[in-house]
Design a protein around this ligand. Structure first.
Ligand code: GDP
Length: 301
């Protein structure tokens, strides 16, 4: 996980520096704790996690007295790690389930990085010798299916799509899962639409895609793709998708471009599911499993 660490370090350690600067004075009075709170909130950790971290640090000071810098770093490490869900199950449904393929549905607002994530994930699975099939159930824009197909070609996996724009997304998803079953592939990855301006329409569409897939196969994984740079806005999107589909994990993209990595903590708390993967760039190799310890190391580096 040194890659996660080095990719995050450049943008993310503003949080660690801010915390250590705030706590580096001779006294730990209210103004210091307020600064710590502001720093944590500014990194999108949210109020609840921020309060717990600050309370935890205060308790330690009460019990152990004023800390050395080294001690402080190790306390911060422990407090942050506890918030990042170190024991959550982050495995991806990446292999056949009995006599059928695993089905992974990928949801999220357009532009968050859904298609790119599917391409990257397909590449990871292909490298593990898995047979993959992609389903382009974002039929609203022909370009979306083209983009998915391009990723498919790049990593050498077929894409099931509709020839015409505006086809029924549920029908494409159905065809993809059927083709996956018929061809005995290991995993079917389904891309979906994410036009948030029509929330009701979007939720109905996702619910229908889900229902129609489930006529032939359970959905093993529903990954929500969130853009880490959108902060609180991303959280509101997450809530909408969580109502429409049963989210099993989050992919946090564009973590290479933000100092607001605290969104990891917030999203896991709010949705009750783990961040399983992180996007660290636009390239085919820029997807990594989320490693809580490496993440905290990078933040506090
Ligand atoms: P979709 O509309 O949700 O399918 O989003 P796309 O997959 O088309 O991605 C939107 C843009 O975000 C593209 O320019 C991607 O290259 C870019 N992108 C996706 N993931 C990442 C990431 O992890 N880091 C960075 N920096 N850019 C990303």
């Amino acid at each position: 996980m040194t890659r996660l660490r080095s990719r995050l370090a450049s943008s993310n350690n503003a949080l660690g520096k801010g915390l250590l600067t705030a706590l580096s004075g001779d006294t730990l009075d209210d103004s210091v704790w307020e600064e710590v709170e502001d720093t944590l909130l500014g990194a999108d950790l949210g109020v609840d996690a921020t309060t717990e971290i600050v309370d935890g640090l205060k308790r330690r000071v009460q019990v152990e007295g004023a800390p050395t810098t080294e001690k402080l770093e190790s306390w911060l490490h422990e407090e942050l790690l506890a918030q990042v869900g170190p024991d959550m199950d982050r495995r991806i449904a990446g292999t056949r389930v009995g006599d059928r393929p695993a089905v992974i549905m990928v949801v999220g607002v357009n532009g968050t990085g859904k298609t790119t994530t599917i391409g990257k994930l397909a590449r990871v699975l292909v490298a593990e010798d898995k047979d993959i099939l992609l389903g382009a159930a974002d039929t609203f824009r022909a370009a979306a299916a083209d983009q998915l197909e391009t990723w498919g070609a790049r990593v050498g996996v077929p894409t099931v799509r509709s020839a015409k724009e505006g086809a029924d997304p549920a029908a494409v998803a159905f065809d993809a899962v059927k083709a996956g079953r018929d061809n005995e592939v290991d995993v079917v990855l389904i891309d979906t639409a994410g036009r948030l301006h029509n929330k009701v329409g979007l939720m109905d569409e996702l619910a229908k895609v889900k229902r129609v897939i489930e006529k032939q196969s359970p959905i093993d994984e529903c990954l929500l793709v969130l853009d880490a740079t959108t902060g609180q806005n991303g959280m509101r999107q997450a809530e909408v998708f969580a109502q429409a589909a049963e989210i099993t994990g989050v992919v946090l993209t564009k973590l290479d471009g933000t100092a607001k990595g605290g969104i990891v903590v917030l999203v896991q708390r709010e949705l009750g599911v783990p961040v399983k993967l992180v996007g660290l760039g636009e390239g085919a190799d820029d997807l990594a499993p989320f490693d809580p310890k490496a993440f905290v190391d990078a933040v506090l580096d």
